[in-house]
Design a protein around this ligand. Structure first.
Ligand SMILES: Nc1ncnc2c1ncn2[C@@H]1O[C@H](COP(=O)(O)OP(=O)(O)O)[C@@H](O)[C@H]1O
Ligand SMILES: [Mg+2]
Length: 331
């Protein structure tokens, strides 16, 4: 049996504009091993959310998906891109679930917190009745760190802080015991101390429920605290992929180095904080050469005309960059 739960193979997402399609995700390969937390990191607008939404079939009708999304279930492998909407809906909850950046927009402000979580169980017919659902929800609310869960079951979303609402979203995502959790910028709306608590909670839930996760973030700090492996994305392409430890010890792509050096450290002079020069170009454009060449600190001319393939550095470290090839770091 495969150790991989989900595999994106040459995934392309484009969106219709006037009479043509603009490429947003340009052929991405990502593998999510069972029980592991995979990070997808990159600046805003590079196509992270579009990639994640394509897994759950949540893209707008103006978007077109090409390539494959293989789900390696218990007995068989399914290409999710071939499923009908109804079949995909059945998987959302029991197999895959997703949490988003701003929990307030995902919760119904008119409905009690507990009832909203219970509803997921009832819709998927995973309990016999409301009482059984209520018991399960109270148990899970307590597991995600909500004190006095019986009392809090009856609260409305506005009575909760941002961090507590994100805990509720995690409970809602976990209630059907999915095999894969996709969290899109789960802590971006939270302050740093609450962020650390929520990341710890996601890790605990993954470990105790043997769940895999894809964490989407623009923040390398989140990757370092939570993920096992990481994919660095720029303008719809993967620039570098590696285990988290290796990426932090030996970053090779100039873009990865830029992302890492822009994490502020204690004692840094704010006047000299490092940034990546230039801005991310407008989405929907396809470069002839490397997508990053206009912002790259390296002046290899070839990069403007030719796209680098993936270079294997070690068993779990790959990078797409001519500079790395030139420096002879091929294993
Ligand atoms: N429905 C849409 N129609 C046209 N362009 C879109 C649509 N949704 C997203 N985009 C564009 O696709 C790019 C990638 O979006 P997204 O995946 O949300 O980026 P990220 O999550 O990495 O910040 C963005 O530049 C955005 O403007
Ligand atoms: Mg996004």
């Amino acid at each position: 049996m495969s150790d991989i739960l989900l595999e994106l193979k040459d995934l392309k997402v484009s969106v219709r504009k006037d009479k043509s399609y603009l490429p947003i995700v340009k052929g991405v390969d990502i593998a999510v091993p069972k029980g592991e937390i995979v990070g997808l990191v990159g600046e805003s607008g590079c196509g992270k959310s579009m990639s994640a939404k394509s897994i759950m079939g949540l893209l707008p009708s103006s978007a077109r998906v090409e390539g494959s999304i293989f789900w390696h279930g218990k007995d068989e492998t399914t290409d999710l891109t071939g499923l009908k909407e109804k079949e995909l809906r059945k998987m959302c909850g029991p197999e895959i679930s997703m949490i988003f950046q701003e929990p307030m927009t995902s919760l119904n402000p008119m409905m009690r917190i507990g009832d909203q979580v219970a509803e997921v169980l009832l819709v998927h017919k995973l309990v016999k009745n409301r009482n059984e659902a209520r018991e399960k929800v109270i148990c899970l609310l307590s597991e995600v760190g909500i004190s006095e869960p019986e009392l809090r079951y009856r609260s409305y979303p506005h009575e909760f802080s941002g961090g507590m609402r994100q805990r509720v979203m995690i409970a809602m995502a976990m209630i059907c015991e999915p095999k894969l959790l996709i969290a899109d910028e789960p802590t971006t709306a939270l302050d740093v101390t609450i962020e650390a608590q929520i990341l710890k909670l996601i890790r605990q839930m993954c470990t105790s429920h043997n769940m895999s996760a894809i964490i989407i973030t623009h923040n390398m700090r989140v990757v370092s605290q939570l993920c096992d492996s990481v994919y660095v994305m720029y303008m719809g392409r993967i620039m570098e992929r590696s285990s988290v430890r290796e990426l932090f010890e030996n970053p090779l792509h100039p873009y990865t180095k830029g992302l890492l050096s822009s994490i502020p450290k204690i004692g840094d002079n704010p006047e000299y904080l490092s940034t990546i020069p230039g801005n991310i170009p407008e989405a929907g454009k396809e470069a002839v050469g490397c997508e990053f060449c206009l912002r790259c600190s390296d002046d290899e001319r070839k990069c403007f005309f030719e796209r680098p393939g993936e270079t294997k550095i070690s068993e779990d470290h790959f990078v797409s960059c001519f500079c790395v090839e030139r420096e002879g770091r091929i294993s």
